[in-house]
Design a protein around this ligand. Structure first.
Ligand code: UGA
Length: 437
């Protein structure tokens, strides 16, 4: 099928490349001309494992092209995926101006039947607005348009695998023809056993927000438990094991720590809460999830202040700056929120990250960065593990300790083994577990 993808962010670019890999003829489109030129050269604008190789393969086979000309992208498409950003407004509501503008482009340039797919995370009810926009812009053509909600569930860092081996593919549509087209689009994955779930549009839109909010809730539940464990002598990781062995609960997303960040959970949770309020329902649970998430950073900052006393004139090292491992994305990263708090208390904050240093520096120019963990730790009074990159598992702990002014480690992701830290002579402060002093 001929596919246009509007927007080449994490979702749009991975959708473009994987759709081309599945055999469709894809044009990825973005307003950012410079980005399109970079992509045409086969360079990914962000770090995502396997993406450069996939771009090389699909650009090489001619299945994938990039264009900043929306008309060229949309004109012959059977399916247009809208993958534009939906950033938060000051109120927390999702700003849907880019979705409207993409719908207008589709109305303007479509030349035949086209399925318009919302892939960006949008509040329930958006499809009706997209449909109205198409109607207003192209009243003579309205029976040629079908609107579909096909939310994306990929995670940054494992986006390609998540797209090619999804837990489920969700399609919400209003016409049998639209379902047919979406079945054809995803046929290569369904043939390999992927589960296709078909619902009405509002259910699909709502389900995406419901999943993200629920996962965020699991994390906040564990962070609240971490506070309880710290006060009572319990061990939150063991509690997670006990809870996770109950198959009704499941072990994943039960890791306490610095909390969730990124460009999905924080903004989606707020947008979902705002949607509930607009629908006349007070979904107070979501506000509590957000409060507990903020508290996770505050609790870690308090722990550091408690350990170091005054932060003025002290040096604190942050290991890991991205919002999670295997990405260079620092948007709403807990590490940077923590760094800002420590700086406000007078500390000199120095960070190291395997991929996210440039992004962290542009988001937080006052942050010092170092080229490796040992240089970052040099003269440091406290080292904080913020993001659990695999390479931190194999750090030479003796070398790290030697470099530091005080041998203090705060583990914001419970990555280190307490016994090992004790053996190496660190004072070790994990999250939701007993410290070793
Ligand atoms: C999330 C969802 O997992 C995807 O299914 C969804 O498609 C995506 O948002 C989206 O809406 O686009 P992502 O933001 O890439 O994906 O990252 P996650 O792996 O979900 O992690 C989110 C945050 O939760 C990270 O900061 C991570 O460190 C934190 N986390 C995760 C915990 O603190 N504890 C855990 O147990 C798990």
């Amino acid at each position: 099928m001929k596919v246009a993808v509007i927007g080449t962010g994490h979702v749009g670019l991975i959708t473009s490349a994987t759709m081309a890999y599945l055999g469709h003829d894809v044009i990825g489109n973005d307003l950012d001309e410079e980005k399109i030129v970079t992509l045409q050269r086969g360079q990914a604008p962000f770090f995502e494992p396997g993406l450069t190789e996939l771009l090389e393969e699909t650009l090489g086979s001619g299945k994938l092209r990039f264009s900043f000309d929306s008309q060229e992208a949309i004109r012959d498409a059977d399916v247009v995926f809208i993958c534009v950003g939906t950033p938060p407004k000051a109120s927390g509501e999702a700003n849907l101006i880019a979705v409207e503008s993409a719908a207008k482009d589709v109305a303007r340039y479509a030349s035949g039947r086209v399925v318009v797919v919302e892939k960006s995370t949008v509040p329930a009810g958006t499809s009706a607005r997209v449909r109205r926009t198409l109607e207003r812009e192209r009243p003579d053509f309205i029976d040629k348009f079908s609107v579909v909600s096909n939310p994306e569930f990929l995670r940054e860092g494992s986006g390609i695998r998540d797209s090619l081996e999804p837990d489920r593919i969700l399609v919400g549509a209003e016409s049998p023809e639209a379902f047919e087209v979406m079945r054809a689009i995803y046929a290569p994955l369904v043939e390999k056993g992927a589960k296709l779930v078909e619902t009405n549009i509002e259910t699909a839109e709502l389900s995406k927000h419901a999943c993200n909010a629920f996962l965020a809730m699991k994390i906040s539940y564990m962070n609240a438990l971490a506070r309880m464990c710290e006060r009572s002598g319990g061990d939150v990781d063991s509690v997670a094991e006990v809870m996770g062995s109950d198959e009704r609960i499941g072990r994943s997303f039960l890791n306490a720590g610095l909390g969730y960040g990124g460009y999905c959970f924080p903004k989606d949770l707020q947008a979902f809460e705002r949607l509930a309020s607009r629908l006349g329902y007070d979904f107070g649970l979501l506000k509590e999830v957000e409060r507990i998430n903020d508290e996770a950073v505050d609790a870690t900052a308090d722990k550091i202040i408690d350990v170091l006393w005054n932060l003025d004139g002290k040096r604190v090292t942050l290991l890991g700056l991205s919002f999670k491992p295997d990405t260079d994305d620092v948007r709403f990263a807990p590490a940077l929120a923590l760094g800002r708090k420590l700086q406000a208390e007078g500390a000199t904050v120095v960070g190291y990250d395997p991929q996210a240093m440039a992004n962290a520096k542009s988001e937080m120019p006052e942050l010092e960065v170092a080229s490796d963990p040992y240089t970052a730790a040099a003269g440091s009074h406290c080292l904080v593990l913020c993001t659990e990159w695999a390479e931190f598992k194999t750090l030479d702990l003796d070398r790290l300790k030697q470099a530091m002014a005080y041998p203090l480690v705060v583990d914001g992701r419970n990555m280190f083994e307490p016994e090992e830290m004790e053996k190496r002579g660190f004072s070790y402060y994990p999250t939701g577990r007993s410290p070793i002093v």
